[in-house]
Design a protein around this ligand. Structure first.
Ligand code: SF4
Ligand code: SF4
Length: 131
């Protein structure tokens, strides 16, 4: 499966940015609540901003800066970030296999929220970016 990447609930409060370092196009963003802007860095923690976008205020207010957001319009579906050895909590899925909570859903091995419906994050990921 090789769809755009969707970050789901397991990232909340973890946010170790391992996915940022493997993304070749810097399309994984963090919300800067002070500047009210979504920013991606060249390398996680470098402070060097690669891209920025305006947030949708209503959407971004749901989780704020507690997790990262993929800009699916920029994601190339390269698959790097959702390889099993990247996210320590199995939070990232390809859009076409985001689990819906049904008994046939396939969850990442490290996902602590196996059984939850993660499909909310597909729409939410798109809604967070205002431009
Ligand atoms: S690797 Fe996983 S937990 Fe870490 S920031 Fe990315 S999605 Fe969040
Ligand atoms: S699938 Fe590739 S391009 Fe898309 S967010 Fe993950 S690492 Fe970046």
């Amino acid at each position: 499966m090789a769809g755009v990447a969707i970050i789901t609930e397991a990232c909340i409060g973890v946010k170790d940015r391992a996915c940022v370092d493997v993304c070749p196009v810097q399309c994984i963003y963090e919300f800067d609540s002070v500047q009210n802007v979504l920013v991606s860095e060249q390398m996680a923690g470098s402070g060097v901003v690669e891209n920025s976008h305006a947030p949708n205020a209503d959407a971004v207010s749901i989780f704020g800066d507690s997790l990262l957001y993929v800009n699916v319009d920029e994601c190339t579906s390269c698959t790097a970030c959702y390889q099993p050895d990247v996210c320590p909590v199995g939070a990232i899925y390809s859009e076409d296999v985001v689990p819906d909570g049904s008994s046939t859903s396939a969850y990442n091995a490290d996902d602590p929220h196996k059984g939850h419906d993660h499909t909310f994050f597909v729409g939410h990921t798109r809604a967070v970016f205002a431009d």
